[in-house]
Design a protein around this ligand. Sequence first.
Ligand code: ATP
Length: 248
Amino acid sequence: PASEKILSVNNIEVLYDHVILVLKGVSLEVDKGGIVALLGANGAGKTTTLKAISNLLHSERGEVTKGSIVFEGQEVQSLSPNELVRRGCIQVMEGRHCFGHLTVEENLLTGAFTRKDGKAAINRDLEMVYGYFKRLRERRSSMAGYTSGGEQQMCAIGRALMSRPKMILLDEPSMGLAPQVVEEIFEIVKDLNAKENVSFLLAEQNTNMALKYARYGYILENGRVVMDGDAKALSENEDVKEFYLGIA
Ligand code: ATP
């Protein structure tokens, strides 16, 4: 039997400014408990796909003009981004948007804004986040703006975790970070997936690293999925090697 899907994106088109067709019929699925990589070069449409899912296109004059997006069995296109967060789907934006003038801990606490279950539960989750991101505990009282790029990325993921998500849409976590730090972050993603049962859709230009951690991958080119498959099969595919892994 087919495994249960937490997310299905069905043949979506996205237009910017009413005329610029950027996604030309993108379909993808994420299994419940899965880690799926969304791969492709700069400008292929990865960020647009994630923003379409979390309904964040309006501020960029973009809109989904065709297709459907189903999260946990329900169409979600008419939901606000906050409502989607309440239902358990949250995006971590590219560029690790932390509030630079707030401490790491204050940043994490802002992630709990959609919750109504009180201080004790929120403090428990803060401890959960520090359990995964040891570095954040050490830096809890530092201004986020003065922490390293890796710590800011961890802070952005940690903040998302404070909403108790079932699924995180993670946009280019490796950007601008040293390989060792990227690995550290991906190891934590793997742990969160295994122990907290968080599903991930991971947009990455770092194909190598993404395919090491994801179980399945989609390759976007010019607003279309041109290839998809198990991570292992993709990483052994000659075209993928030549165009995306740089080891041909
Ligand atoms: P990146 O790694 O740069 O984020 P990406 O694969 O995520 O790349 P998108 O950011 O989704 O790609 O961009 C896809 C295409 O949409 C690009 O050609 C880009 O120029 C265009 N685009 C993105 N945002 C807008 C916008 N607000 N208005 C018009 N075109 C846009």
